[in-house]
Design a protein around this ligand. Structure first.
Ligand code: SF4
Length: 330
């Protein structure tokens, strides 16, 4: 059974300023599943809906963001959770940190700059489970960070005494302290240099392998997905363009947008110039009709301008939303 099922989800930002209403269709008709024990990547350029999608599935719905339609359900063992109708109290008490945890881009936003790292662990564990035996708690936290390859000294450090990479690894250790079934990692390696990035990615892979949990990894960086993800979803302008196991996304992409993303990756020894896409991503307050990629697609056909391409399964686990693929199946 899937750990998370998202069905036909549409989430919009609705604003009204001086009587003028505006709707930004950030996520539109998205359906996918997360399986237990996998690393699932979500890719796409800025403003494609990645961040809105994780806000909704993590229950972080605040105005002006509203769910327009669809469902988001979790299956934690025998418990099914309807994420769109759960109360904030239940979410805080039963799910956050314990079942679903979140690693964000800037580790400083989760670490208190004026408290030692161990105090942040203490605050989080005390809030969610209580700490009946402090000595035992300190021992367990020390074992936890050591198991993840961090020295015990990080616990007695202030955040500013650690490097950016070490802070990010501490943030991941915090997010996994309750061994959650789902870890949502939002651009966890952006702003880190390549060597540090590799260490953080390896840590995420190791944690997943140790705990058999699920990681939802959101990043625009295709190289990160190539290294870490088992399956990848490509988003464009609020919709799914393609979803497939990682080898297929990188070796046999079918959607023209995915092909562009893959072909624009630098290759060792390659000297040819990369051709960029014409135009810019569409304004989601007024998205194009038909395929949202049609204004930039080199293979655009008449039908693309008027009809939304259906997301079709072309082979087991490989789904593509493109009229070209529908007309020329594998
Ligand atoms: Fe290009 Fe048409 Fe396919 Fe959209 S549906 S990606 S415009 S060929």
């Amino acid at each position: 059974m899937a750990l998370l099922s998202v069905e036909n989800l549409s989430a919009y930002y609705r604003t009204e300023i001086y009587g003028i209403s505006r709707t930004v269709r950030a996520v539109d008709g998205v359906s996918f599943e997360l399986k237990p024990n996998e690393i699932y990547g979500v890719a796409g350029e800025s403003s494609c809906g990645k961040t809105t999608l994780i806000k909704v599935i993590s229950g972080n719905l605040k105005p002006p963001l509203k769910v327009n339609s669809g469902s988001v359900s979790y299956h934690f063992g025998i418990h099914a959770v309807d994420m769109l109708h759960i109360s904030q109290e239940e979410l805080r008490r039963d799910l956050r940190w314990k079942e679903i945890s979140y690693v964000m881009q800037g580790s400083m936003s989760v670490l208190n700059p004026v408290r030692k790292i161990i105090r942040t662990f203490e605050d989080i564990v005390d809030t969610h489970e209580g700490i009946p035996d402090k000595k035992r708690f300190f021992e367990q936290v020390r074992e936890h960070v050591n198991r993840l390859g961090l020295p015990s000294e990080v616990l007695t450090s202030y955040p500013h005494q650690l490097s950016g990479g070490m802070r990010q690894r501490v943030a991941i250790a915090l997010a996994t302290v309750f061994h959650p079934r789902l870890i949502i990692a939002d651009e966890p390696t952006t702003a880190l240099d390549v060597v540090v990035q590799r260490g953080v990615l390896q840590m995420i892979k190791d944690i997943q392998a140790m705990s058999n949990n699920t990681v939802l990894l959101v990043t625009h960086d295709m190289a990160v997905h190539a290294n870490v993800a088992d399956r990848v979803m490509i988003m464009y302008a609020g919709r799914i363009a393609e979803e497939a196991p990682t080898e297929i996304i990188f070796n046999a992409p079918l959607h023209p947008y995915t092909q562009h993303l893959i072909h624009s990756l630098p290759m060792i020894g390659e000297r040819s110039n990369k051709v960029s896409l014409r135009g810019a991503p569409p304004n989601l307050a007024n998205p194009p009709t038909g395929c949202r990629f049609h204004e930039r697609c080199p293979y655009v056909m008449d039908i693309c301008r008027t009809e939304v391409p259906e997301l079709v399964t072309v082979q087991d686990g490989h789904r593509v939303a493109c009229h070209l693929v529908k007309e020329n199946p594998l």
